[in-house]
Design a binder for this molecule. Structure first.
Ligand code: MLT
Ligand code: ZN
Length: 461
């Protein structure tokens, strides 16, 4: 069958919007990565789980591969369709299906955005704690498929912790209702959790039951300047010993100039220090603010920190956070090669020193930016392509240096992808974190759920 025969058949057999417009193929066939050229067969927009089932059944019968597409904010090319796949966009499956006040759960379709869930929870006097700068566009289905993390993991954990049930269509075409919102369910293998982080390789996530929680109390944030990274984890220990931390983030000096340029605002602490921390603490009363100030003053007097400022009101709170939240957008004017790596939190200072040494040796002429969630042991390493540098040459250089970076990750028994997933971009490096035996088992699991290999082929392994 020719491509146009498949498309005509698809249009006649499946009652969903289908687009083959060039601009749609380009938009829906990719994510925020810019390494691959999208080349999908078409884009299809299901509205219900039955539509999704029909699409999977069509794909199996006609040997068509499927690539799920959410908010397309992924950073590992997990949602890139570059080999004639049919892109399944969840854009039209964006509804809240039900809310249960007693269980504090929300049933949603996969295409609802993270922000819409956060807003809905707020309206109900509750809280959905998973948060990141792409929350306005990213969809819950994609968050689940990549087990998304973000800025509050230190307090609330990853997306996995907030999923109480999933309705999926497996690659084989079965609808599975997994866990059904239960808190306790000790009945064998946890298939729901297998789908979390599976990057669309086992089936399509159509609906989810989300756990909500109590709204956080008032919080304050402290922006801190450090002269060396060794002190970062000492600072974490000091604050965590006495206070509840919502976030413990960091960024390097090299990130500051880009954010300052974007925001057209100077950073309100000494701007020549190599590292900055953002410590977000719950401060429901003056007592916690006093404790935080005491810790801060002692740390300053003992030379642990060089400079800092604590937010005094909600607008200052947002302002201090903006220096961290705007990093990705500020550097997006460059083609950026990203790594998202993790170790145990206690190893962060040594790890950052080792990674910085590699970056300084290998990229003396490139702007290299470190930032991320060091309270979770997770750093993002971004290399910016100078505007006049050849793209392919730049990407090859970055891929070459990856070996050194990932050998260091492996030396620490760390992860080559902490929260961005594997997709196409990290696939060649999976063995730095997962053993051959683990990868074989993952392949075996995929075969059970997706015997014809139609689900997002080529991603993860
Ligand atoms: C972040 O923490 O801001 C995100 O993971 C995005 C990124 O790495 O660019
Ligand atoms: Zn991140």
């Amino acid at each position: 069958m020719t491509t146009s025969d498949v498309i005509s058949k698809l249009k006649s057999e499946i009652n969903c919007n289908i687009s083959t417009e060039k601009s749609d193929l380009e938009t829906y066939g990719t994510d925020w990565t810019r390494e691959f050229n999208p080349d999908p067969l078409a884009v299809i927009f299901p509205k219900t789980i039955e539509d999704v089932k029909n699409i999977v059944s069509f794909a199996n019968k006609n040997k068509v591969s499927l690539t799920p597409s959410g908010g397309r904010t992924g950073l590992s090319a997990g949602a890139v369709a570059k080999n004639g796949e049919l892109v399944v966009s969840f854009e039209k499956m964006n509804k809240v299906l039900s809310f249960n006040k007693a269980d504090r759960t929300l049933e949603v379709q996969a295409g609802i955005t993270t922000k819409e869930i956060q807003d809905y929870a707020k309206e109900k006097g509750l809280f959905y704690p998973v948060d990141f700068s792409s929350a306005g566009s990213s969809q819950i289905g994609g968050n689940i498929a990549t087990n998304a993390g973000g800025i509050r993991v230190i307090r609330y954990g990853l997306t996995r912790q907030w999923i109480k049930g999933l309705k999926v269509v497996t690659g084989k075409g079965d609808i599975l209702e997994l866990n059904k919102g239960l808190t306790k369910n000790a009945t064998g293998y946890d298939l729901m959790n297998l789908f979390i982080g599976s990057e669309g390789t086992l089936g399509l996530i159509a609906e989810a039951t989300i756990q909500l929680t109590t709204q956080p109390k008032d919080s304050s944030v402290i922006l801190i300047g450090l002269k060396n990274i060794e002190n970062s984890i000492k600072v974490l220990e000091l604050f965590r010993e006495k206070l509840t931390l919502n976030a413990f983030e960091f960024f390097s000096h090299s990130a500051v100039k880009h954010v300052v340029k974007k925001l057209e605002r100077n950073i309100p602490v000494c701007d020549t220090l190599p590292y900055y921390l953002l410590v977000d603490i719950e401060t429901p009363s003056d007592n916690e603010i006093e404790i935080a100030s005491e810790i801060y003053t002692n740390a300053f007097e003992t030379g642990l920190i060089e400079d800092g400022v604590i937010s005094q009101n909600p607008s200052q709170y947002r302002e201090l956070w903006s220096f961290r939240e705007n990093i990705t957008e500020a550097i997006s004017v460059f083609l950026t090669y990203k790594n998202d790596i993790s170790v145990r939190t206690s190893q962060i200072p040594d790890f950052i020193n080792d990674i910085s040494a590699i970056l300084n040796n290998e990229y003396p002429d490139f702007d290299t930016i470190l930032f991320g969630h060091i309270g979770d042991g997770n750093i993002h390493v971004s290399i910016l392509k100078p505007h006049d540098f050849d793209k392919e040459k730049f990407l090859n250089l970055c891929r070459g240096v990856n070996t050194k970076i990932f050998e260091t990750v492996a030396k620490y028994d760390g992860s080559i992808s902490a929260e961005h997933g594997v997709g196409l971009i990290k696939k060649p490096y999976l063995t730095y974190t997962r053993s051959e035996a683990e990868i074989e088992l993952m392949k075996g699991i995929k075969k059970v759920f997706d015997p014809n290999g139609i689900m997002n082929p080529g991603k993860i392994f």
